[in-house]
Design a protein around this ligand. Structure first.
Ligand SMILES: Nc1ncnc2c1ncn2[C@@H]1O[C@H](COP(=O)(O)OP(=O)(O)OP(=O)(O)O)[C@@H](O)[C@H]1O
Length: 248
């Protein structure tokens, strides 16, 4: 069974098709890089897998079930600016809030919830800052909190929206190692949007080039045709990017 399956998905926003007949399968153990230019519909695609956007046609399923029945199986790391950092809560409580879909708004968190929070904080090396108000964190620390918040749900699909933006190299490496381990060793499906194409080529097991529709998908080795990248990004022949990507 596919961890995540997108079939002929069309999404209309503001009177136009932002996604047009997008189809994509993600298996457990995949670390999929979703790449494309600004406005290509990457975030919209992630949000569709969370049931946060109205689908015009097509469907999205998680482990064979419609997303509305599988919300507790999908962890989401939004772009950093989307989180309410001025909310007066501690790191541990922010991470615990990731369990809401499992705990519900009314039930008090139990032992399993606190254990999941502790484990998630450890995985992003943030245990030492668990009582710190989130408003006092640096950008890299905030990103690690968002990742821990998604992991606290123990999801089978982890969706990451530009997780490396503005991070220093050690934090990028810590998170890259974590995402690789989660997918390859622990069998989660990880889907990441990114503008860092070189890093995606090196770390992702598969890439999907998207520009409102899927231009190409495959392993990095299968995407060595420069024409695909030119079509997805609208870049010219001989662009330095094509050389950097070593495509021809
Ligand atoms: N709520 C909305 N109403 C109308 N249009 C929207 C809405 N949300 C997004 N869009 C439009 O949908 C398109 C795709 O946006 P989306 O954020 O999914 O792209 P993206 O690939 O993630 O872009 P970026 O790389 O810049 O983050 C854009 O043209 C955007 O303006």
């Amino acid at each position: 069974m596919k961890a995540l399956s997108v079939e002929e998905l069309t999404v209309e926003l503001g009177g136009r098709d932002v996604l047009q007949r997008v189809s994509l399968d993600v298996e457990a153990k995949d670390f999929l890089g979703l790449v494309g230019p600004n406005g290509a519909g990457k975030t919209t695609l992630l949000r569709s897998a969370l049931g946060l956007v109205r689908v015009s046609s097509g469907r999205v399923t998680v482990e064979g079930r419609p997303v509305r029945l599988a919300r507790d199986r999908v962890g989401y790391v939004p772009q950093r600016h989307e989180f309410a950092w001025d909310f007066p809560i501690s790191v541990a409580d922010a991470v615990l809030s990731g369990r809401t879909r499992r705990v519900g708004w009314l039930r008090r968190p139990g032992v399993a919830d606190h254990r999941a929070v502790n484990e998630a904080l450890e995985r992003v090396a943030m245990s030492g800052l668990r009582d710190r108000p989130v408003g006092q964190l640096s950008g890299g620390q905030r990103q690690r909190v968002l990742v821990a918040r998604a992991l606290a749900l123990r999801p089978s699909v982890l969706l990451l929206d530009e997780p490396f933006t503005g991070l220093d190299v050690p934090t990028q490496e810590l998170l890259t190692d974590l995402f690789v381990r989660l997918s390859r060793e622990e069998g989660q499906a990880v889907v990441m949007t990114t503008h860092d194409l070189l890093a995606a080529m090196h770390t992702c097991t598969r890439l999907c080039l998207i520009n409102r529709t899927v231009v190409a998908a495959g392993t990095p080795g299968e995407l060595r045709d420069a024409a695909l990248w030119q079509r997805a990004f609208g870049i010219r022949d001989g662009s330095p990017l094509l050389r950097a990507l070593e495509v021809d």
